[in-house]
Design a protein around this ligand. Structure first.
Ligand code: PLP
Length: 334
């Protein structure tokens, strides 16, 4: 934030800013095992997802039913790939759909943001390529948590967000493979190789680069022990996606008969920040479309919490959570 130069200016202040942007681009490319030429910075994952999905909106698009709203709302006519009850995308369902629709684009995420379930992206890519379609993968919840390889995953486009990997909010990136059609959402100046107009958010991009350099998958894997303890020491809950491969920091569970909002507010008063599995829009609480796609009963889905651990969480934090939750549970179930 100390550097006031515009990264597109050729004076020395501008060149300093440009060096910061390019250094971050290299760091992000290294994290995803790709060339920095393939990285386009955006205002976040929402913009990156919109750029891809809007580009293909006039042709047939297929997206999984558990995608983030920035995919599903940007492609309202997309046919939905079914999902198995454990939260994993149904590969046979995908194969059937690809055969029936001959899509130009398939969008499927790498890790679900509500359940933490890791998707079989390489298998998905194989089916998509065989059908001659392009493959977009929202890898927002995977970056920094599991190994990420843009090319080995078979992607044509990949979306990333800084704030899900320890960077600042309001910055993200779209990776575009060589040969994939350019997907332009924002028109104006010639920034980002003419693929994303607008003066670069140098401070945000610097933060995303720092997050990429500091990404530590082992540090994340250690959270699985804490997450598993949390799930086993709270009795009577239904954990979603528990038998599927999951990222280490996420758990989504429901306590039958106790509305998610009631749980969320009581935990907040106790100093614990969690999310509900349902999304609140225009004042009305809707059951999570992810749990719905997994076939979870809507009453149970309305009682679902989403808990994300961060790498600074300790065993003592988990102990506090378990004690607090178990005490609250007694009052809710009295
Ligand atoms: N995709 C996924 C899977 C997410 O979890 C999120 C944010 O929660 C987004 C996209 C949107 O990211 P951003 O906040 O950078 O727009």
């Amino acid at each position: 934030m100390r550097h006031v130069g515009n990264a597109s200016s050729i004076h020395s202040a501008g060149r300093k800013a440009r060096a910061i942007v390019e250094d971050s681009r290299k760091a992000l490319a290294a994290l995803c095992h790709t060339d920095s030429k393939n990285v386009i910075f955006t205002s976040g994952a929402t913009e990156a997802n919109n750029a891809v999905l809007r580009h293909f909106s006039d042709v047939s698009v297929i997206a999984s039913g558990i995608e983030h709203p920035s995919v599903l709302e940007a492609a309202p006519n997309a046919a939905r790939i079914p999902v198995l009850p454990n939260g994993v995308i149904d590969l046979e369902g995908l194969e059937r759909l690809v055969h029936a629709k001959s899509p130009a684009l398939v969008s499927a995420m790498m890790v679900n943001n509500e359940t933490g379930v890791i998707q079989p992206v390489e298998d998905i890519a194989r089916i998509v390529k065989k059908a001659g379609a392009k493959f977009h993968c929202d890898a927002v919840q995977a970056a920094g948590r599991i190994p990420l390889d843009f090319h080995a995953a078979g992607c044509d486009y990949m979306t990333l967000s800084a704030h899900k990997m320890g960077g600042p909010m309001g910055v993200g990136a779209l990776l575009v493979a060589k040969g994939a059609p350019p997907v332009k959402l924002i028109y104006g100046g010639g920034q980002e190789r003419r693929q994303r107009a607008g003066t670069e958010n140098v401070a945000g991009i610097a933060g995303m680069g720092a997050a990429a350099k500091n990404a530590d998958i082992d540090r994340y894997q250690k959270l699985a022990l804490l997450r598993d303890r949390l799930e086993t020491e709270i009795s009577g809950i239904t954990v979603f996606g528990q038998d599927a491969p999951r990222v280490a920091n996420t758990t989504c569970f429901a306590l039958c008969g106790v509305a998610a909002d009631t749980q969320l507010m009581a935990l907040d008063l106790a100093g614990i920040a969690v999310s509900s599995g349902s999304a609140c829009s225009s004042g009305s609480v809707k059951a999570s479309h992810v749990l719905e796609a997994m076939g979870v009963d809507s009453d149970l889905a309305g009682c679902a919490l989403r808990i994300s651990l961060g790498w600074t969480n300790t065993a003592a934090d988990i102990e506090t959570f378990i004690k607090t939750y178990n005490k609250l549970k007694e009052t809710w179930q009295r």
